[in-house]
Design a protein around this ligand. Structure first.
Ligand SMILES: [Zn+2]
Ligand SMILES: [Zn+2]
Length: 138
């Protein structure tokens, strides 16, 4: 299940993580923007509100959230790192036109997989690529 903002902040407190104003704002941002933002996107969007914000602070905050298992890294293209706060079983669709990444519901654990019987699976991802409805209209 996905956590509420309050549950997220409680979990950080329980892990002894200091909740500075900037950290809370970053957490709030990724909780409200479910399109898997990159550090650059978070930076650009929050800069008006927090002029003292630096990309290093965002990186460090996100790394802390990853260590606390509140955020996941999402690497679809080698050169882009997105952040995902959705912990429900889901797949990703990347629009090749607007570059947005959309979640879709899929039960990854129920997929029938052949040939991996002796493999230890550590991570499962499903990626689709194409064009989103908004871009298809253009
Ligand atoms: Zn699109
Ligand atoms: Zn996602």
């Amino acid at each position: 299940m996905n956590k509420t903002f309050e549950e997220l902040t409680n979990e950080l407190k329980n892990n002894g993580i200091r909740l500075s104003h900037q950290r809370l704002k970053i957490l709030e941002y990724i909780n409200n923007h479910r399109t898997h933002p990159t550090v650059d996107e978070i930076y650009t969007d929050l800069l008006d509100e927090i002029p003292t914000l630096s990309k290093t602070t965002i990186y460090n905050t996100l790394n802390t959230l990853i260590e606390t298992d509140l955020v996941k890294l999402l690497t679809i293209e080698e050169n882009e790192t997105h952040y995902d706060i959705n912990f429900e079983n889901h797949g990703h669709f990347k629009c090749e036109s607007c570059k947005k990444i959309f979640d879709f519901d899929i039960d990854i654990d129920s997929l029938e997989i052949k040939g991996l019987d002796d493999f230890k699976i550590k991570h499962k991802d499903i990626y689709f690529k194409g064009v989103c409805p908004e871009c298809s209209k253009k």
